[in-house]
Design a protein around this ligand. Structure first.
Ligand code: UDP
Ligand code: MN
Length: 234
């Protein structure tokens, strides 16, 4: 594991979190905040799926002590509802692009997943696109690349195996310089069910050979696609 004694040398990780109001929202965000505050050089971009920034989320991100930008972007009524968080992630990408920074790493971190703090330093020195497995994604115990001799030889997944990059949103990070390209890479609103990630990654790279394997050659699970149960409130 790399460590960065001099904070200035470490690239910032822009962590993008779309979030929406439901009974478990604050609990989920609190869990994510608790992890992020353990990591240096994080810039947390939280995008509420709402017409206004809510006071509860504002207080939470302020109290987190993590550097943050809090935004809101309401999913338009016309949106294709197959995928969630698409417009919020794209708004965050545009916002990061507007920072005009030449160094840094971008990561999509949904509010309900579970993150081991070590995953952030794994992704920190991403040159192009880095990759690692995700627990409980793709209908298997963990979904991700199978690496032999530093090379991705195949993918383990239980869903839509024909996807070029059959992998979860939480499984990759990319260099911020991709955002200054024209057209800017975007999460497609019209992707087939479960194809957001592969369609996004195909805008960045052409082949798995370009992916940088992290988490001990993709042998360690450091992030889980967990879901918080909807609460039955009487
Ligand atoms: N989300 C959102 N608006 C919605 C539904 C979800 O912004 O109407 C966010 C949510 O908070 C999460 C991400 O989009 O960060 C993915 O949503 P969810 O976790 O429900 O999807 P799944 O895990 O089932 O793919
Ligand atoms: Mn989720």
């Amino acid at each position: 594991m790399m460590s960065f004694p001099l904070g200035l040398l470490a690239d910032i990780i822009y962590v993008i979190t779309p979030t929406y109001y439901r009974s478990t929202q604050i609990g989920d965000l609190l869990r994510l905040a608790a992890t992020l505050r353990l990591v240096d050089n994080i810039h947390w971009i939280v995008v509420e799926d709402s017409n206004n920034i809510s006071s509860a989320v504002k207080k939470l991100v302020k109290d987190s002590t993590v550097n943050f930008t809090l935004l809101n972007y309401k999913t338009p009524p016309s949106a294709n509802r197959i995928h969630r968080g698409v417009h919020q992630r794209n708004f965050a990408l545009k916002t990061i692009r507007s920072f005009k920074v030449s160094r840094g790493v971008v990561y999509f971190a949904d509010d309900d997943n579970t993150y081991d703090k070590r995953i952030f330093n794994e992704m920190r020195n991403t040159q192009k696109v880095s990759i690692w497995p995700v627990g409980f994604a793709g209908g298997v115990d963990f979904e991700g690349p199978v690496v032999r001799n530093k090379k991705i030889v195949k993918w383990k997944t239980g869903f839509a195996r024909k996807r070029k990059f059959p992998t979860d949103m939480a499984s990759f990070a990319f260099n911020v310089t991709f955002l200054s390209k024209s057209p800017m890479p975007k999460i497609p609103d019209n992707a087939k069910h479960g194809h957001l990630e592969t369609d996004f990654l195909m805008q960045l790279i052409n082949s798995s050979d370009e992916l940088e394997s992290k988490a001990e050659d993709c042998s360690k699970v450091l992030v889980w696609h967990t879901k918080t149960m909807k609460q039955k409130l009487n």
